[in-house]
Ligand binder design. Structure first.
Ligand code: AN0
Ligand code: CP
Length: 323
């Protein structure tokens, strides 16, 4: 594997899930693969889980790891070609990428949506430059539009906890005070459509996800109806994707105080099939989900986060095997 961005990049999902379980059984059995190989993890945005779990996964494989927080200690980077660089940015991405690539074998990049231009975000302007100018395998650690390491960990978690062969999985929008990217729901939708599950998305009108990710999945604007009989509830806030309301791309459409009935609580969980609760974290309690739901025995948020080490290790392992 040279690029990890979309569900298609991982190939057969059952094979990937089997490999994840093999990694879980003994995560140190491939130390030879990563010997004298270096992973460079580049963060343009904050992270707790992605940073730690990916570092751990690389170490499990015997790799060396370098982590760079671009905004702490590196030069401020210009990303647009053609600008006269007379401002606060001292270095251009077009030099920085090949330089960084010269010190490593595999590159992971986190660069969130900037919400300045829907076109730039959805064309993956930053990550595409890493792919084009690094000459190295590149994996997405949450880009403008996708978070595949998260979606893969989510799928592993669902596989481990599903009560029936083909569970009902509901992705629900929930309120948040600030505008958040669509990367997590985009990838979750993309991966759930590829998996053997009954998939339903619920959100207020205006938050419709991009068709390239949500496809023909069932969309239900009535949250309570969507939750009926669900086996898994996957909560996440996202800002306006600009599909049905192009001028509102990246915005919070309504004051969150008026949207608090979307907060996942025991009221909605009561109509599910004793559903497990999932969220990628970090989560704002009593905005996205109430204390009692996230603390219930049916909450999977901690094992879900632990599976980030496993999804990252499968991806790094496959990239090492293809070097
Ligand atoms: C980010 C997001 O919503 O995309 C990262 C989630 C993994 N969350 C925040 O910025 C709070
Ligand atoms: N879920 C996730 O990617 O968390 P971090 O933003 O902390 O990496």
């Amino acid at each position: 594997m040279r690029i990890f961005q979309h569900v298609a990049d991982i190939g057969d999902l059952n094979a990937a899930l089997k490999e994840a379980q093999e990694v879980k059984r003994d995560r140190f059995q491939w130390q030879h693969l990563g010997k004298n190989k270096t992973a460079l993890l580049i963060f343009f945005n904050n992270s707790l889980r992605t940073r730690l779990s990916t570092q751990k996964a690389a170490m499990n494989l015997g790799m060396n790891v370098i982590v760079l927080d671009v905004n702490q200690g590196a030069w401020k980077l210009e990303t647009e070609r053609g600008v006269v660089m007379d401002g606060d940015k001292s270095e251009h991405l077009l030099e920085a990428i090949p330089v960084m690539a010269s010190y490593c074998d595999i590159i992971g990049v986190r660069s969130f949506a900037r919400f300045e231009s829907r076109k730039d975000d959805y064309e993956e302007a930053i990550l595409q430059q890493f792919i084009k100018y690094s000459g190295k395998p590149v994996f997405f650690m949450e880009s403008a539009t996708v978070h595949p390491l998260q979606a893969f960990a989510d799928l592993i978690t669902i596989e481990e906890h599903k009560p029936i062969a083909r569970p009902k999985v509901v992705l629900t929008w929930a309120p948040h005070p600030k505008a958040l990217p669509q990367a997590v729901p985009n990838s979750f939708a993309e991966w759930m459509r590829a998996a053997d599950v009954e998939f339903v998305v619920t959100h207020p009108e205006g938050y419709d996800l991009d068709p390239q990710f949500v496809g023909d999945a069932r969309v239900e604007y009535d949250q309570m109806r969507a939750f009926e009989g669900a086996d898994f509830i996957y909560a996440k806030n996202w800002s306006c994707p600009g599909v049905t309301r192009p001028d509102d791309y990246g915005k919070v459409l309504d004051d969150y105080h008026t949207m608090m009935d979307w907060t996942v609580s025991s009221r909605q969980m009561a109509v599910t099939n004793n559903a497990a609760f999932m969220h990628c974290l970090p989560v704002r309690r009593n905005m996205i989900v109430t204390d009692d739901v996230i603390e219930a025995p049916t909450s999977l948020v901690i094992p879900e986060a632990a599976n980030r080490e496993i999804s990252a290790q499968v991806v790094l392992k496959r990239m090492l095997e293809a070097l």
